[in-house]
Design a protein around this ligand. Sequence first.
Ligand code: AMP
Ligand code: GLY
Length: 430
Amino acid sequence: MRKQNLNMNILVLGSGGREHTFAWKIAQSQKLNKLFVAPGNSGTDAIATNLNISVTDFEAIKDAVIKNSIDLVVVGPEDPLVQGIHDFFLNDDAIKHVSVIGPQKAAAELEGSKEFAKEFMMRHNIPTAAYESFTKDTVEKGYEFLETLQPPYVLKADGLAAGKGVLILNDLNEAKTELKNMLVDSKFGAASTKVVIEEFLDGIELSCFVLTDGKDYKILPTAKDYKRIGEGDTGLNTGGMGAVSPVPFATKAFLDKIENQIVKPTVEGLKKDSLPYVGFIFIGLIKVGENPKVIEYNVRMGDPETEVVLPRLKTDLIEVFQAMGDQTLSKVNIEIDERAATTIMLVSGGYPEAYDKGKEILGIDKIEDSIVFHAGAKLQDEKVITSGGRVMAITSYGETYQEAIKKSYQSIDNLRFDKMYYRKDIGFDL
Ligand code: AMP
Ligand code: GLY
């Protein structure tokens, strides 16, 4: 068992709204000594010390951990996990005592490889879409398989492709062409060396977030995000334009199904397969009829889902993380705020394609009824300027999600930057 520091030094890795939310929640804990974020943003700068280090520069992270006597590292994004940051810590005597929140490399393959995730689900009888996977050598077989399916056709690059690796196509010939583009012409580079072709599932999506210490699990509130750039869920996919928690259609009976048919077999499956997992499991689900099916696993929290899930967590987050590191999660009581939380993402005009950066963001100081989580925003000469496509997430609480959404939109009326865009219909489909 690790020593239980009364006051911990914590490092959060990442620079988005998710990481600002982690930092915001950690900063509320009595158990915090010093908080660092690498590389962070203008939001984390106000409540923590930002370190100018990339999330995949493991050597620089190690140096910072030693220099700042870090006790616990929270890994925000998937890249460092899939690249094995947790293993890197465990294999180095100088830092192996540090708790890392995030799975080891072998388990991070649940997000790092779609085929690995599908095989895991098949092995453990976890409901998901039927599939087959193909490589350059079996592309002809891939065309034949497509011919046996009904449109739309779902093609998924096996590896990480910055959220762009899934194509959903209505036309058979187009699907064949894209399959060739991915396998033969490396459309997504090494990520599309293999392609998973999946049965299309028709239903409404939601996400379930699970904490595990590798032995036990706790379920966090559900959330629904809005991935498309345009209103009415149209246009290009983005990292997420807004989110709502809890998901109104996730009734007790439906949540029980998720727990019994998906969460339990997932955590048991990790154990049976000896996949070491201390961290968050983000299960992307689709409700088909009355039944949940898994669309994907992510080995981290969602962004912007974190911006609505963590604000509803009443339990001290450092206490939760300590219990995860010590494998005593079963003893922790996870308390959830009954109120709804919603977030609206402000983005730079043009996102998810080309957009400008460096625009000053005005009005943040006028926001009173919402929490402003910074994402692609940084400080320059005391001004907050845009530095990314997704700029900030405006989170509000409400007795109902409608009330919370209304508050976020009222707060946004105070904010402005050149070419600011946001969806005005978050929650429209609920
Ligand atoms: P993913 O990157 O796996 O989250 O996929 C991106 C999006 O594609 C998901 O959020 C779904 O909206 C959609 N999607 C993925 N797989 C399927 C499927 N089998 N059936 C229907 N939609 C899917
Ligand atoms: N909002 C979706 C994700 O974080 O992957």
